[in-house]
Design a protein around this ligand. Sequence first.
Ligand code: AMP
Length: 394
Amino acid sequence: MNILILNSGSSSIKFQLIEMPSEALICSGLIERIGNDDAVLNYKTTSTSIKQTDAIKTHNEGLQKIVELLLDPEKGVIKSTDVIKIVGHRVVHGGNSFSSTTLITDEVKKDIQKYAALAPLHNPGNLQGILVAEAFFPLAKQVAVFDTAFHRTIPEKASKYAIPNELYEEQGIQLYGFHGTSHQYVSEKAIEYLKLKTSKIISIHLGNGCSMTAIKDGKSIDHSLGFTPSNGLIMGTRSGDIDHGIIYHLVHNLGYTVEKVKDVLTNKSGMLGLTGFGDLRDIEAEAEKGNSNCILALEMNAYRIKKYIGAYVSTMNGLDAIIFTAGIGENSSVIRRLACTDMDFFGIELDEAKNELKSKELREINTKNSKVKVLVIPTNEELEIAKQAYQLLY
Ligand code: AMP
């Protein structure tokens, strides 16, 4: 059975067509810069690879393009849209309403809209994707997989903030967590690979957004992002943890507007704020040349990861494995090395040579004697969505 996976952002649609239960990838692609005259469409099958620049003004036009390609007599992969039985959607914020994968109804759509206030960069695009998919694939079941759902198992002692109770009870201010599909996918892979019956795992997702999750026996029990995807690790352009007193200082003493504070902490901080570069590849290249800001930023980045490892080892009272995943986690041997240096007290010992090997496969990069396994596992959020949607309906 064919499942179409849509990951719709505010100006992008990432898509994959996956055959289930074989998990075979039939085609994949991405449209970026929706809303512009020079939107870019990438599309790949086993025999075709296309890159087009075109005016794509709306998500509706974007999905129209995708459907045309899927049905194209030469480059396409299906004869009729009817063969797509399920459309699985990534939805970033499901608040407290969704602890698992859900068939999309009008009520569900209302909730996704409601939680747009908590994920303004993501939920509106996700909802838009759902609405256009309903129009293009009226016979398919529409399923939502929420990034927040995997974290619903985090106990209150970890998910509540120490602020007045009514802000939690009446306003829903608490840790929700993000990247749940990725953390779930890689931790399940690790448990299967290591054949663990009970497990204590730290999953480290380092991409444009970065987060860590403590996963005990397959369940998320703590996580570094919070109410919004701002907390925790140093990210590409986001500060991660800071003293909130800095916000009042910026507003009251330095005359920043609240909007400007948000812009600084979300778009101009993190690795970009520290180095002037947003892409870790540039920062690593500059550090090689001796750029002291870049060297320090890499050290700060890894230091923050180490602090969270320490916190989660104590939270779980032990550790079987740590996992590095996503763009940086899968590719940056530098960050992995810095994060695993001087961690032998915890039983973490990195094999430097294995760490340098490049591969797209799951791999072990710890020494033979390391008590804790250090794994690099390519994440696959789309496949996780397909698996969950399939499990829900079949
Ligand atoms: P993602 O959000 O998972 O797509 O990750 C995107 C991030 O991965 C980018 O910001 C890059 O900085 C980083 N990245 C991708 N490839 C590499 C690489 N070979 N070395 C270091 N960082 C990389």
